[in-house]
Design a protein around this ligand. Structure first.
Ligand SMILES: NC(=O)c1ccc[n+]([C@@H]2O[C@H](COP(=O)([O-])OP(=O)(O)OC[C@H]3O[C@@H](n4cnc5c(N)ncnc54)[C@H](OP(=O)(O)O)[C@@H]3O)[C@@H](O)[C@H]2O)c1
Length: 218
């Protein structure tokens, strides 16, 4: 697994991945030396590299950066790869992006413009990182479900296998064009897993996630 971004959500996915036996290559904007402590803490299955190296290393690469950093995501090493997009647009952090403000594009479709040859799957964007950490369940019982959206069936299958390996179930939320159904502020965003004030969160089953996706309005 390669990581473009190793902050709250990238670091949490990386930790769950290592615990499930995957190897991870972390990266950020400041350089691998700033990730040495995190890589050491994660153990021998983790290393730090540049974002280009992390992109090249992963069978699956997780892009988990502020939307304003999309122009810096390395396109060439991501060509033909399965890429997970965890990102949410927030104008207060990202500045105003007209295509996202007027909803002519989803943020995943915007990312795809910068990495057009990647097989992009939206996932993990709808769950608070502390809930993602605490709701992972090794056995299928009491698992929480996460929506995924994407246009490539093989990429979705690979991401489903990965998500199941780290202790979650998956609900197919349709193509990337429908990924607005899991975007910031929708019914499936955050609240199914409990309030932020409760760091443990609460499990959200498949029916809950399906119903929340169906209740989204644009
Ligand atoms: N926090 C959550 O609970 C949560 C949940 C779901 C989705 N999300 C979304 O997931 C994305 C990441 O969120 P976060 O909370 O993890 O953010 P964060 O903690 O601020 O981490 C962002 C990461 O992106 C890296 N980065 C920034 N520009 C980069 C570039 N040009 N190349 C490589 N790496 C770069 C940062 O590296 P430096 O520190 O070196 O700049 C940092 O490692 C956001 O779009 C957010 O909306 C967050």
């Amino acid at each position: 697994m390669g990581f473009i971004g190793s902050g709250y959500i990238g670091g949490t996915v990386a930790r769950l991945a290592v615990e499930a036996g995957h190897r991870v290559v972390l990266s950020n904007s400041r350089g691998p030396e700033t990730l040495a402590d995190m890589a050491a803490e994660l153990g021998p299955r983790a290393s730090a590299a540049t974002s280009g190296e992390a992109a090249a290393a992963g069978d699956i690469v997780v892009v988990t950066v502020p939307v304003k950093a999309f122009p810096h995501v390395p396109a060439v090493p991501l060509a033909g790869k399965t890429v997970i997009d965890t990102c949410n647009y927030g104008p207060e952090r990202d500045g105003h992006i007209p295509e996202l403000d007027n909803r002519s594009l989803t943020s995943s479709e915007l990312l795809l413009r910068y990495i057009p040859a990647a097989m992009l799957v939206k996932a993990f964007n709808n769950i608070f990182f502390k809930h993602l950490r605490s709701l992972a369940r090794p056995a299928a019982a009491d698992r929480s479900y996460l929506p995924i959206a994407g246009d490539s069936p093989p990429a979705k299958a690979a991401v489903t296998e990965f998500i199941e390996s780290i202790g979650y179930g998956v609900v197919d939320a349709g193509p990337l064009a429908d990924s607005w159904r899991q975007a910031t502020g929708t019914p499936v965003w955050g609240s199914p897993y409990g309030p932020y004030s409760d760091e443990e969160g609460r499990p959200a089953d498949e029916d809950t996630i399906r119903a929340a996706l169906a209740a989204a309005t644009r």
